[in-house]
Design a protein. Sequence first.
Length: 180
Amino acid sequence: MFWLFLLFVVVPALELYLLIQIGTVIGATNTFVLILITGIIGSYMAKTQGLSTWRALNKRFASGQIPGKELADGAIILVAGALLLTPGVLTDIVGFLGLIPVTRSLLRSTVMSIFKRIPTVSVGMRVGSTFTNSGEPQRHDDFRADGFPEDEVREDDYHEDVTLSGRAHSTPRYGNEDLN
């Protein structure tokens, strides 16, 4: 809740205060022109840096490597471009820092170190006992892979598909309708 308050109340109020102060020093018209110029320059820089990152991303994919750095740069460029399009002094400063390659690498390493500190969550699944209609527990090896008892398998339950890789695999068929 604190971060949302900071993001949606404190930052806009501070931005408005700074714009008013700049307006009293250089005038309202010049402040308006300054906002327009930073928006235009920022959108141009976001476009050129974004295209450069897109090319590097495609090059990494073509070489069979994982483009982690390029994906992080793309996310930073996207956020930086959005910050530059919003009127304000602080958001423009942070936006320009995200579009300059040298400072973007510093931002990337900072953001990555923050994400590495976030604990991961492991999700597991436990299969419990299943009971027959008579109330007797049923063994797990009596079940098919889809969880239905073996004795309910019918010949037309499965059909063969050929995937794009050319390998055949069986998928369940339910009634007359395929669900894959």
